[in-house]
Design a protein. Structure first.
Length: 401
């Protein structure tokens, strides 16, 4: 190089990267890019002023291993997904190289290096915890119940938090109370289960030895089953297999519901619905009759003389039964003492069968008088006939004299 233009005319041309006449060891800008070597990240890079040097670090972008100067190599940026041309990809004000979360604008620090940014890390200085979802003060990593603010520990690992676990040191899956041994798996702890080996039963409210689930009467210690489903327990149900009956008040073996006389052991049916049981009803199919006290075959209701087996009717209502009433259709006529066919009531001479009225008496008197008169006439006639001969004799005697 001509000494007139050589900035280092006395320097040996051994190592002169930019061939400017100055050896590199004395040249303050070995690549002649106008960036002093002590500030140039590529002091012996491409020669000349760089048109494309995004971070102005003295390295042309084409040769710059960290184009945007964010302290992350281009290769690393490509691997993590940040922008090689943007020193702060997420725009949070912290360059990618020192930003622990270069793609999250809400995070940039991770003091405990647990992978959770300090801004969201509820335990920023505890590398074992990051979040506390339920806000109970216990980190999710060691909180056995990260979504339950009331629980965080489970000493016996039975799935029930120690705070509500009634048996916190003994493994148990019971529901009532929670977390205790339950060998029949019905959800009720063995200590409270009345039937610890029967998964279908756990309570016996009335203490009758039958579990409430199968006990039809869980509050009645005297009953537990109802075979006929009539709502009356089999123990007190007189008819446990008959859903229509359950009681027999009079003990006649006929249930009260169908017993027409539930309080009378001698009766249970009333076929004619007359109020008289069939057993004592002489006419069980006749609703008009029930008794026959005089056993005359006519019911007392129709029998005008219910206590006289010889009588039952009185058509004329004269108080005398038709059987003995000679005049059953005449209430005034009852008897005929003289048997003349005329009732005493009408017979002037009730004790004389030959006389029925005063006419008969007059007739008989007249007849008697007539007979007497005729007899008198006959007598007189006969007497007169007797006198005539005597008078003739007398006349003859008188004449003869």
């Amino acid at each position: 190089m001509n000494d007139a233009i050589d900035p280092c005319p006395f320097s040996e041309q051994v190592n002169d990267h930019d061939s400017d006449g100055c050896t590199d060891d004395v040249d303050s800008d070995d690549d002649n890019d106008s960036v002093p070597d002590n500030e140039d990240n590529c002091p012996r890079g491409l020669i000349g002023v760089h048109v494309n040097d995004l971070d102005s670090d003295g390295c042309a972008d084409s040769e710059d291993l960290d184009i945007d100067g964010d302290l992350l190599s281009n290769v690393d940026e490509l691997n993590i997904g940040t922008d090689v041309y943007d020193e702060d990809t997420d725009g949070d004000g912290v360059i990618d190289g020192i930003d622990k979360f270069p793609l999250d604008r809400n995070e940039w620090l991770d003091s405990d290096l647990d992978g959770c940014g300090d801004n969201s890390d509820q335990f920023p200085y505890d590398d074992t915890e990051c979040s506390d979802s339920d806000g109970d003060g216990f980190g999710d990593n060691f909180d056995k119940f990260p979504n339950d603010v009331t629980e965080w520990a489970d000493y016996d690992d039975d799935g029930f938090g120690d705070n509500r676990d009634s048996c916190p040191t003994i493994f148990g899956l019971s529901i009532s109370p929670e977390g205790c041994p339950d060998r029949d798996g019905d959800g009720f702890s063995d200590s409270t289960d009345f039937f610890p080996d029967n998964m279908d039963e756990w309570r016996d409210t009335d203490g009758d030895g039958y579990g409430d689930n199968s006990d039809i009467f869980p509050l009645d210690p005297l009953e537990w089953s109802d075979f006929d489903n009539d709502t009356y327990g089999d123990n007190s149900d007189v008819f446990p297999s008959d859903s229509s009956e359950w009681n027999d008040s009079d003990g006649d073996t006929v249930g009260d519901n169908s017993d027409a006389f539930p309080f009378d052991a001698t009766e249970w049916l009333d076929s004619d619905l007359d109020g008289c049981g069939d057993n004592e009803d002489v006419w069980p199919l006749d609703p008009r009759e029930c008794f026959d006290r005089d056993v005359d075959g006519v019911g007392d209701n129709r029998d005008v003389f219910p206590d006289d087996r010889s009588e039952w009717s009185d058509i004329d209502g004269d108080g005398l039964g038709d059987n003995s009433d000679l005049f059953p259709y005449d209430s005034k006529a009852k008897f005929d003492d003289d048997g003349d066919g005329i009732a005493n009531y009408y017979d002037v001479f009730p004790d004389n069968s030959n006389m029925d009225s005063w006419f008969d008496l007059v007739y008989r008197i007249l007849l008697f008088c007539g007979v007497i008169g005729i007899a008198a006439l006959v007598f007189q006639h006969n007497r007169n006939r007797t006198k005539e001969p005597e008078e003739g004799k007398n006349d003859e005697m008188m004449l003869n004299r």
